[in-house]
Design a protein around this ligand. Structure first.
Ligand SMILES: [Zn+2]
Length: 681
């Protein structure tokens, strides 16, 4: 007995597939990509294989195509238009060969033709005594639509055969199967032209199918349709009908049909290995072809064997389609978890119901960022389409909204870091959230390595390798622990490659780094956007880390060279209690927390605002030295005495300046007086 949720799922899939069949085949307005459609179809096939009792005659898997659209006349095919079994691996190709070989007498001569499987719209063309009389779509495999008038617009379709009067004489009746398509180059041109007119076309295949299934032949005439024929369905009254598929392809070409012979290959059974290699290697060729293909078709060349082998169900035994492994799958999104990268960026990751895809079991995929999840409206519990191309991390392309039950949950980025629990921030113009906690375990190694690096504390012999080792050993749990490493001296000596000299050098270098200027300390703690230059700029203004820590976002943003982004980042960083603890610890170990005391401001100097004139020989200073000292303490020195002169500095043998000063009432002073005034011994 099938579980109820399987029954429900099968019904849901049938409903969906029927709906999309209708959009695709009847309206020629598909809503989902061919890949998405295939995924739904394959899932239904798999479930029905598992629970055959649930197969009903009206299941979409039980018919080959879709019913003819109302409006076209129906055209019954002289023989069912079969579809092919798909294989995706060399093992399956060998298995296919083994299956039909068992049905053939020992020693039967077998060879193969390998043809490209062009991704277009299947067409069936009828010729009576060389005249094109009817063209039909494949429809449901038994009855198609009469699209003769649309097909007539395709210029490569011969309206009479042979095209060349010297070609083979026409058979009394010929029915051929082929594929109508639009080449990549033609499609690109057409798409670009149409886009200017506001029309959107998504793929060559849909564009071709839409045109041929339009009731107005003018639509088909306006599109760059082309054709390849590849299979003789019926041939009557031919002089010497082809005996092999290889001959048939040449015969069709000689009659004037477009045939993809340039892309077809013939292999003997003894070359089956080479045939498989050709199929496998072809994955690299397919994208270089001038048209879209979705695989290769391998056919037994001997047409007589086709009749011998027949078909099983609606699938012939004498041919198989080789497709490249699916790169997309559909599965359930069980949960979204957040991971913290080494740089503190928070990345949402999809937890998936395990699904086999492109050679691996996938249970996890990337979701990029919160905006992506919102934009695609991805919810926990959704059936999602995932893609895996090559070795890259699988990604979630989006939900299949039609499969929603209403139980799905909308997800938003948590506001705290899953690694350390501190609040996370997002900067204007960025999609990512960051954890800026200096002590966040997820970021420890990178933060420690950065702290010790050349632009930061520049600790000799302390690179990323050492950072990783010391963190892994548990000696460093946050960056401030670098300064307690000396407590682990014995354990360090026990590490491989850490001799007495190396450990001593490392610990000495750490000790010496305490003298590094505060600019390096501010750089080293790793505030986002604050490198050495911004650190210098901030400290020129605030002079100490304490003052900087008190600054408001407005104060910070007002500094030239510091934008709102840096201001927000600095403010956010200092408001983390964990970061405040880091600063406190670094201070307690003796690191520099402020710029050194400098000359006070000019108006605080003892001689500020005073003007001096010097006369005579001073006891210990030359004129030049006296001038420099006065200037150093904020005073000015001029050459002549005026009412604005504050003091006349008088030495031995003064000149006329003394007289002038006395006349103007300018006070005089000795070198000793000046020394006392500025506190200089
Ligand atoms: Zn964190």
């Amino acid at each position: 007995m099938a579980p109820p949720d399987v029954v429900q799922r099968i019904e849901q899939l049938r409903h969906l597939i029927n709906y999309h069949n209708y959009r695709y085949y009847v309206l020629a307005q598909p809503e989902i990509s061919d890949e998405e459609y295939d995924l739904l179809f394959r899932e239904l096939q798999q479930l029905e294989q598992q629970y055959p009792e649930l197969i009903t005659p009206d299941s979409p898997t039980q018919r080959v195509g879709a019913p003819p659209a109302e409006g076209f006349a129906k055209a019954r095919h002289p023989e069912p238009m079969l579809s092919l079994d798909n294989v995706t691996s060399s093992e399956e190709l060998w298995a296919w060969r083994e299956r039909f070989m068992k049905l053939l007498p020992q020693g039967t001569q077998v060879s193969y033709v390998v043809e490209p499987k062009i991704d277009g719209l299947t067409v069936v063309l009828h010729y009576e005594n060389g005249l094109f009389t009817l063209g039909a779509t494949r429809g449901d495999g038994f009855v198609g639509e009469d699209i003769t008038n649309n097909l007539r617009t395709i210029r490569s379709l011969p309206l009479r055969i042979p095209l060349d009067p010297d070609g083979p004489p026409p058979p009394a009746r010929l029915v051929v199967r082929g594929e109508a398509y639009i080449s990549n180059a033609d499609f690109e041109r057409f798409r670009a032209e149409q886009e200017k007119l506001g029309h959107k076309f998504t793929s060559p295949r849909n564009t071709a199918a839409g045109a041929l299934r339009n009731l107005d032949p003018k639509v088909a005439a306006s599109r760059p349709l082309d054709l390849f024929l590849y299979h003789i369905v019926v041939i009557e009254g031919a002089e010497s009908p082809p005996a092999t598929q290889w001959e048939a392809l040449h015969y069709l070409r000689d009659l004037g049909f477009p045939v993809a012979l340039d892309y077809c290959r013939h292999f003997d059974d003894s070359e089956f290995d080479a045939l498989i290699q050709y199929c496998v290697d072809w994955v690299n060729e397919k994208d270089r072809l001038p048209f879209v293909v979705d695989g290769l078709v391998i056919k037994i060349d001997e047409l007589a064997l086709h009749d011998v082998l027949g078909h099983v169900g609606r699938v012939p035994r004498w041919a198989v389609a080789f497709k490249y492994p699916a790169e997309q799958a559909i599965t359930r999104l069980l949960d979204i978890v957040v991971e913290v990268g080494r740089t503190g960026v928070l990345t949402p990751r999809a937890v998936l119901e395990p699904v086999f895809l492109a050679g691996a079991t996938i249970s996890s995929a990337t979701l990029h960022n919160e905006d992506y999840i919102i934009e695609k409206d991805i919810r926990i519990g959704d059936m999602v389409i995932i893609r895996r191309a090559g070795e890259v991390i699988p990604q979630v392309l989006g939900p299949v909204k039609a499969l929603r039950t209403g139980e799905e949950k909308v997800w938003r980025m948590p506001q705290t870091c899953p690694s350390c629990g501190e609040p996370v921030v997002r900067y204007p113009g960025e999609v990512a959230y960051y954890c800026e906690n200096t002590a966040c375990p997820a970021q420890l190694v990178r933060r420690v390595a950065y702290f010790a690096s050349r632009p930061a504390m520049d600790i000799e012999g302390f690179g990323p390798k050492q950072a990783k080792l010391l963190c892994d050993k548990g000696f460093i749990k946050e960056i401030a622990d670098i300064y307690t490493l000396k407590a682990h001296r014995e354990e360090l000596l026990a590490l491989e490659g850490y001799g007495e000299k190396k450990v001593t050098n490392l610990l000495n270098a750490i000790e010496a780094s305490k003298q590094q200027p505060v600019t390096r300390v501010l750089t080293a703690v790793g505030i986002r956007f604050v490198g050495p230059i911004i650190a210098q700029l901030l400290l020129d203004h605030f002079r100490s880390i304490d003052a900087l820590a008190q600054a408001s976002e407005e104060d910070l943003a007002a500094i030239e060279g510091v934008g709102p982004r840096i201001a927000q980042s600095v403010r956010a960083w200092f408001s983390h209690p964990a970061n405040q603890r880091t600063i406190a610890r670094l201070r307690s170990y003796g690191l520099q927390m402020a710029l050194p005391e400098e000359k006070p401001e000019p108006d605080a100097l003892p001689l500020a605002g005073m003007t001096f004139v010097i006369t005579g020989t001073l006891p210990s200073w030359t004129r030049e030295e006296a001038k420099a000292i006065i200037q150093q303490y904020g005073g000015k020195v001029t050459n002549s005495v005026s009412r604005r002169t504050s003091y006349l500095l008088v030495g031995e043998n003064p000149g006329s300046k003394l007289q002038k000063a006395q006349q103007l009432g300018v006070p005089t002073m000795t070198e000793e007086d000046l020394r006392a005034m500025i506190g200089l011994q």
